[in-house]
Design a binder for this molecule. Sequence first.
Ligand code: GRG
Length: 291
Amino acid sequence: MIEKKLKRNAKKIDKFLINFLNKQKKSSLVPPMKYGVISGGKKIRSTIIFDTGKIFKLKEKKLINICAAVECIHSYSLIHDDLPCMDNDALRRGKPSTHKKFGEATAVLAGNSLLTLAFEIISDDKNLLSNYQKNEIIRLLANCSGHTGIAGGQESDLKFEKKSKTLKQIIEMQKNKTGKLFNFCLQSSAIIAKKRNKEKLFFGKLGEEIGLLFQLADDFLDLKGSKKLAGKPTKKDKKKGKSTLISIIGYEKASKYADKLKKKILLNLKKHGKNAQDLTDTVNFILNRNF
Ligand code: GRG
């Protein structure tokens, strides 16, 4: 069921991105950009935006630009994450990673171009949001992507390798590295729904917890998952000495922590009744996923 929804949404986002890029001037970076962002990946962040949109009864046409933008940032982070100076991985989404296919310099530039494309997509004239909303969303996306978000989290992740860290430090790092983009997914929908500040922040924090759950599931996949299904190397966290919840409290306790976190998230969604059913289903999928 959820797999079908993910595929349907991924197709919509791919189509949007292809159209958007086709309207721009051609450059030799377009093929590696498309390779990195189109026809691959679950596009789960877009699904989460659409699911949150249902809570606020928002039409998909008001959300599609932020979905495409978030996928550009996410794919950019994966292209850079795979580089030899970062996690040095040769396989992504079941294919050679972008630097393996196009070379390192091109992969860096294609990643950077996806970052800037995200902001073009949000500020585009055809985006149905008001300029005020676009500005607020751009500020939030920049904040979630830079040193206070993904990039900062990645820096900590690399610095934490082979070091002894506390539970609090690891959770903080994972909330930045992975959670901040999920914060964006929920909070930007609340912005579009013109919610009050308090509610926007509440949804942002809830998104961050969903992102943390997603990262924990990713760590479980690394330990127990299959390379074929995941489309990326597994069993590498231990080899690299990555600081994860599993590395400090062990699989059983980390698994209990994740179950508790999922219950907390679902309890918060319950308040929104049947409008939150889609997001509830996606959260359930996140912890059980094998890809
Ligand atoms: C992008 C702002 C920015 C900076 C670059 C390299 C880097 C700094 C950050 C890396 C962050 C990172 C790789 C976090 C891991 C998040 C994660 C669990 C990724 C896997 O996401 P999926 O499963 O991937 O949604 P698919 O392939 O399905 O899209």
